[in-house]
Design a protein around this ligand. Sequence first.
Ligand code: JDK
Length: 245
Amino acid sequence: MRIDVFSIFPEYLAPLKLSLIGKAMDAGILSVAVHDLREFTHDRHRTVDDTPYGGGAGMVMKPEPWAEALESVFAESTSTDARPVLLVPSPAGEVFTQAMARELATAQHLVVACGRYEGIDHRVSEWSAEHADVRFVSIGDYVLNGGEVAAMVMIEAIARLIPGTIGNPESLTEESHEDGLLEYPVYTKPASWRGHDVPEILLSGNHGAIARWRRDRRLERTRAVRPEMLEALPAEALDKKDRAF
Ligand SMILES: Nc1cc(-c2ccc3ccn(Cc4ccc(CN5CCCCC5)cc4)c3c2)n[nH]1
């Protein structure tokens, strides 16, 4: 997968080079390029914003730098490949979920447009729709100062689902939101720590009982913290014992 990110603060995306994403990039599984939007301006002040038509507070990002920036990478999605997906972080977007991360992990080319100020001239997304599949995406119901943090969140959630990125694909199962339940609590040595002991069952070696205990903890936690997730589960996903929770 190829990911191109555009921002007026490209250094904001530097941490992507670390950890898993960094390894995946080294292994050639993933390529992430971060571009400075100001490279696509031509005036002395490298202007990317202007006042909003219709009035209102703040500034709006000008369309032309964005169009030149985006077409510089849209063109690289050759006609044989699938159209690129343009992700536009926005408080007004569809909410980003694990299901959406799974869907986007199958894309060949993701382009992320990180807005700032009050957002990007809307005509950019209208123009982009001729060249890419455009998705406005919110990472939650709160307002950030720009799209960079949202881009980091989405890239991490998507990239870790690409085969070969995560060392142990086993750890992608039974995690929260993967199968509709929250994850179970985890423990490691020492077995007794500051008066707190690891649940006996986990030391028993009885893998059947351990699996049941973990399932029960997942149901208990989901009912306590996110009851609406339990309601959303298809009936067949819960067996008789599960319904006890
Ligand atoms: N999940 C999530 C994603 C974002 C996000 C993503 C991208 C950008 C780009 C700029 N901002 C800051 C911002 C956005 C909206 C307003 C309100 N303003 C009212 C008048 C009409 C225009 C809009 C103010 C400042 C962004 C914020 N926040 N939260």
